[in-house]
Each structure stands twice: as structure tokens, then as C-alpha cells.
Ligand binder design. Structure first.
Ligand SMILES: [Zn+2]
Length: 144
């Protein structure tokens, strides 16, 4: 099932400046797909995107993740003077372990920060940020 993509919300954050390796990741997010890399030679899954498989040196290709994962680790940010972040305090930044085994960092939203726990089931959604790109965020899974 594709990720929900929130469109038309003011981004307000620093503009993305994706490079040649990760531009496709943010384009896929704008279509509701959460991408990671998989190596056709050895099956290794990896994220962030790299030119070579870190296990065998092969050429990784993009794969679409389920968008489901669990909180592997997290922190609660209580001080940030920069807009728009200062208006969102406190907020949770987490390392999410996807069902596919790779980890992605992102904000956990749509719940009180006090309820975020290691092992908590989360699902990805994306927020459009202009130029046909979107950034994945995380929220408590609808069906844990
Ligand atoms: Zn490989």
C-alpha cells in the first residue's frame, strides 16, 4: 500500500538539495513510495543510498519498502530556536528500523512525544516539499 502524501502544506523548512544518488528517493516519496536499495547480486539491503553495495561491491537497485517499521532509537528535541522547528517543540526524532531491515531517520508525529517508545510500530507518510519531491515522516501504525 502506498504511503499517504500530504500535499499543499507549507514546507517552511530548509529546502532539499538532493544529489544524484538520492534525488530519486525524494521523487518516489512524492509518489507515495518509500524506497531503499537492494543488491541484485547478493540480496543485501541498504540505506542511505550509495553507488555500490556495501556487502559485495555490486550495483544496488531501488526497491519499494512496505512503509512499516519500529522505532529503533529516538530522542526528544526540546530546544531549537530556528523556525519552523521552534513552533513544533517538543518533537521526536527517531531511527526507524524498516521491515526490510534498513534504518531511516525521521520525525515521529501524530502522537504525544511522551508516548514514543523503542519498539513502537510506526508507518511512513510523506510531506510534499516542492519541485516534485517529498520527505518521509513517521506516525504510530494504524494496526500495530
Ligand atoms: Zn551485494
Amino acid at each position: 500500500m502506498p504511503m499517504e502524501v500530504v500535499r499543499g502544506r507549507s514546507w517552511g523548512r530548509p529546502e532539499l538539495a538532493p544529489g544524484p544518488l538520492d534525488h530519486a528517493f525524494f521523487e518516489a516519496a512524492a509518489r507515495g513510495e518509500l524506497w531503499y536499495q537492494r543488491c541484485p547480486a547478493c540480496g543485501h539491503a541498504q540505506f542511505y543510498p550509495r553507488a555500490l553495495c556495501t556487502a559485495c561491491g555490486g550495483n544496488p537497485v531501488w526497491a519499494t519498502a512496505s512503509g512499516r517499521g519500529v522505532v529503533h532509537s529516538f530522542t526528544i528535541v526540546r530546544q531549537n530556536g530556528q523556525p519552523p522547528f521552534k513552533d513544533e517543540l517538543p518533537y521526536a526524532v527517531a531511527m526507524i528500523e524498516l521491515e526490510e531491515g534498513v534504518r531511516m531517520m525521521g520525525n515521529v508525529t501524530d502522537c504525544p512525544v511522551e508516548s514514543v517508545r523503542i519498539g513502537m510500530s510506526v508507518e511512513a507518510y510523506a510531506v510534499e516539499c516542492g519541485d516534485g519531491l517529498a520527505v518521509p515522516f513517521w506516525r504510530p501504525a494504524a494496526s500495530p
